[in-house]
Design a protein around this ligand. Structure first.
Ligand code: GDP
Ligand code: MN
Length: 384
């Protein structure tokens, strides 16, 4: 789960790391708290690049309400909920880029640093250095300091930044994060290291250990932005992933689904979704699946529906009848191609020929292999 900056900073603060003081999160209608001098006003969204988009603003006490209103309207114009954070402004001496991530390939924590922090870091990706640490022991301050020094950090900031990096590693481990990125990590004119921004991604596999995660504003924001079909599918234990293509896909099994996604892409007509049902869901899950897929199929960018089932142990009868019930209640919104591979005991209650006859009687083309399924779909899209 990706955290908005305000939640990320709270996490850092809870773990004793230094962040700007006076932080408030303002929802759409919240008034400004009594102002206290110069503040930073920052849009809270799950995307980066706010600095360049004018969504990070500095204001004096007298300008504050005007600037907050300005940031809110820019967010609304961009299709975002107008969630704004304010905090006390900090004087900056230097800006650095500092991050820890869990590297999935190396299976180790990786420390990243660039002496060029702030909005410019993306313009100079070559200046970001990184080093992997032992996943089984805590890094030592001296190791970190050495890495920072060879990465271009000099002078009196070294000790403060190295200490911050060591503490940040502990936060990542304790909080089950897979990324803690501080850009910029600033050093103030007094030599203190302060996280001016925070990008944190929590490891959702650890969510059972952190019952408080669901209370975060980030969790609510994520629930609001999730696709309605994906959300309804998840509530029924089905994996539904919206894709950008034009063929709505109704298939059982992740391997088959991925193969169909690839074959359709190769044929120049990519899938509009991927679906997977958990094993042992019961045969009537296919009716639920059909309803979700037909919802996607009714959207303007979809041109055809491809259903493909391979059954060997599960009886053909129930999946076929539950899909037919959905079709009979409400005709599929696009041409439907039906691929079924069934053998052995799958035919004990209904034969493949009977299943095909039922679909053909309703005007849907039937095929029995993947290649034919893809070419029939391509023809249906061409209107032939
Ligand atoms: P991002 O562009 O979305 O990553 O937003 P950041 O939070 O990183 O802010 C972008 C830039 O705004 C920073 O690199 C700083 O230069 C500047 N900035 C943000 N907060 C403050 C602040 O409190 N004081 C000062 N002087 N500059 C700030
Ligand atoms: Mn930033």
């Amino acid at each position: 789960m990706k955290l908005i900056e305000a939640d990320g900073k709270q996490l850092l603060e809870n773990n004793g790391l230094s962040v700007p003081s006076g932080r408030f999160l303002l929802r759409a209608e919240d008034p400004l708290p009594v102002a206290r001098g110069d503040i930073a006003i920052k849009a809270q969204l799950l995307a980066g690049g706010r600095g360049k988009a004018g969504l990070v603003r500095l204001a004096s006490e007298s300008e504050a309400s005007f600037v907050v209103a300005d940031v809110r309207s820019a967010m609304i114009a961009g299709g975002h909920a107008p969630l704004v954070m304010i905090e006390n402004r900090v004087d900056i001496d230097r800006e650095y880029f500092l991050a820890w991530r869990v590297d999935a390939v190396r299976r180790a924590p990786v420390l990243m640093f660039s002496p060029e922090g702030g909005v410019e870091v993306e313009a100079h990706p070559e200046r970001v250095r990184e080093v992997a640490f032992d996943p089984l022991s805590s890094p030592r301050l001296a190791q970190i300091a050495k890495f920072l020094q060879t990465s271009g950090l000099e002078g009196r900031a070294l000790a403060a930044v190295a200490r911050f990096a060591l503490d940040l590693h502990a936060v990542m481990v304790r909080e089950d994060a897979i990324l803690v990125e501080i850009n910029p990590l600033i050093v103030t004119p007094n030599g203190a290291a302060v996280a001016l921004d925070a990008k944190v991604i929590l490891d959702e596999n650890a969510s059972r250990r952190h019952l408080d995660w669901r209370l975060l504003s980030s969790a609510r924001l994520q629930a609001d932005t999730i696709d309605p079909i994906e959300r309804d599918a998840a509530a029924q234990g089905i994996t539904f992933v919206r894709l950008d293509g034009e063929v709505a896909l109704l298939s059982g099994g992740a391997g088959l689904g991925m193969m169909l996604v690839d074959l359709l892409a190769d044929a120049g007509h990519p899938a509009a979704n991927f679906v997977d049902v958990p094993g042992g869901s019961g045969a009537d899950i296919f009716g639920t699946l059909a309803k979700l897929v037909f919802r996607r199929a009714a959207e303007a960018d979809v041109k055809a529906i491809l259903m493909f089932l391979t059954l060997s142990a599960t009886s053909l009868k129930q999946p076929v009848e539950s899909v037919l019930a959905v079709i009979d209640a409400d005709a599929p919104p696009r041409p439907l191609i039906v691929g079924i591979v069934a053998g052995g005991s799958a035919e004990r209650e209904m034969t493949l020929a009977e299943a095909q006859a039922a679909f053909r009687a309703r005007g849907h083309e039937c095929v029995t292999d993947l290649e034919a399924a893809v070419s029939a779909t391509v023809r249906a899209i061409a209107g032939r």
